[in-house]
Design a protein around this ligand. Structure first.
Ligand code: IPM
Ligand code: MN
Length: 361
């Protein structure tokens, strides 16, 4: 297969983990005889620094022309405490999602048995937890009408975000939820706040209409506050959850931390144009340049990329190599066992590439 990949390494630890992601992608492609070409493009804080735009038109073109985007992370502390900044690195990510129509964000929360002891939850609660959060990604408060802080006619400073959802937006994401549930344990949890929010009542109404079309899937509804609680009380309850943009953002951070390390979780975003594959975690500026960032979320994003194109064996090989690295304690510092050897970002990546090269097909 010919694959054109747009490479958006972004900020912070992004370029370091991306280097390993690309190395793994290339090693697997070579093994299976795929022809992969890469094109790098600017995004995030360094795009602001270089061209004044966190998602320049040229980057958009590169993404649009590619078969897939491999994305790392964006963000820089110099923007965080400046509420008046006109442009922010995160706008690059949001612009990419909107312009590429990436309405479905697939975030698997998978636990690794050998790492459950790193979870803040008891082993007996978290062991075996394995669910997918399907987060709506181009609607809701993130993209609804906004008014930045300003003094109104009554002399009071106010601001506004609108949590807008339309029927087509809700229908298409719920259908994605059902498709995933069908391929898994056939249990879909629709997470909303229908006791308070009108937009949530639209979600619930549409889900109730759709449910009879998926009689093989058990549908249940849960308020988001309850879901946040359930996720730490009994994460194994969940199979597939589907929820709006903001709730999905919050719940997936919670989800990622119960697995033991945020550095392990990949994601896929799909929609009307080029799909994007990226770690759930951010740009971790404090770790930049230190060769300590865990490259596994980026590498597992490569597995999701292969799987998206139906290349199951390729994806499975990436996952097998990652499992092997964990089993053999080839781990970055945050998940290394006590007294274990220290491996950096580069060393973990190189070990995995070496493992892949050594597998006989
Ligand atoms: C995420 C991130 C982004 C979001 C930020 C960086 C805009 O937290 O992908 O979860 O809020 O969606
Ligand atoms: Mn987030």
């Amino acid at each position: 297969m010919d694959l054109k990949i747009a490479v958006l390494a972004g900020d912070g630890i992004g370029p370091e983990i991306m280097e390993q992601g690309v190395a793994v992608l290339s090693a697997v492609a070579e093994k299976f005889g795929h022809n992969v070409s890469y094109k790098e493009a600017l995004c995030g804080a360094h795009a602001i620094d270089e061209v004044g735009d966190p998602f320049p038109e040229e980057t958009y073109k590169t993404c649009e022309e590619a078969d897939a985007v491999l994305f790392a992370s964006v963000g820089d502390p110099k923007f965080d405490n400046d509420p008046t900044a006109k442009v922010r690195p995160e706008q690059g990510l949001l612009a990419m999602r909107k312009k590429l129509g990436l309405f479905a964000n697939i975030r698997p929360v998978t636990t690794f048995d050998c790492l459950v002891h790193k979870s803040p939850l008891k082993d007996s609660i978290v062991k075996g937890a394995d669910f997918i959060c399907i987060r709506e990604l181009t609607g809701g408060m993130y993209f609804g009408k906004k008014q930045e802080p300003a003094v109104n006619a009554d002399g009071i400073e106010d601001a506004l975000d609108t949590n807008y959802y339309s029927r087509p937006e809700v229908e298409r994401i719920l259908k994605v939820g059902y498709q995933y549930a069908r391929q898994r344990r056939k249990h879909l949890t629709v997470v909303d706040k229908a006791n308070v929010l009108a937009s949530s009542r639209l979600w619930r109404k549409i889900a109730q209409e759709l449910a009879p079309q998926y009689p093989d899937v058990e549908t249940d509804f849960m308020y988001v506050d309850n879901a946040a609680m359930r996720m730490i009380q009994d994460p194994r309850f969940f199979d597939v959850m589907v929820t709006e943009n903001t709730f999905g953002d919050i719940l997936t951070d919670e989800g990622s931390c119960i697995t033991g390390s945020m550095g392990l979780l990949p994601s896929a975003s799909t929609g009307s144009s080029t799909p994007v594959f990226e770690p759930i975690h951010g740009s971790w500026p404090q770790g930049k340049g230190l060769n300590i960032a865990n490259p596994l979320a980026q590498i597992l994003s490569v597995a999701m990329l292969f799987e998206h194109f139906g290349l199951k064996e390729e994806g499975a090989l990436v996952r097998k190599a990652v499992d092997a690295s964990l089993d053999q304690n080839v781990r970055t510092p945050e998940i290394q066992v006590e007294g274990g050897a220290e491996y950096g970002t580069k060393e973990v990546g190189a070990w995995i590439v070496n493992y892949i090269n050594g597998v006989v097909r």
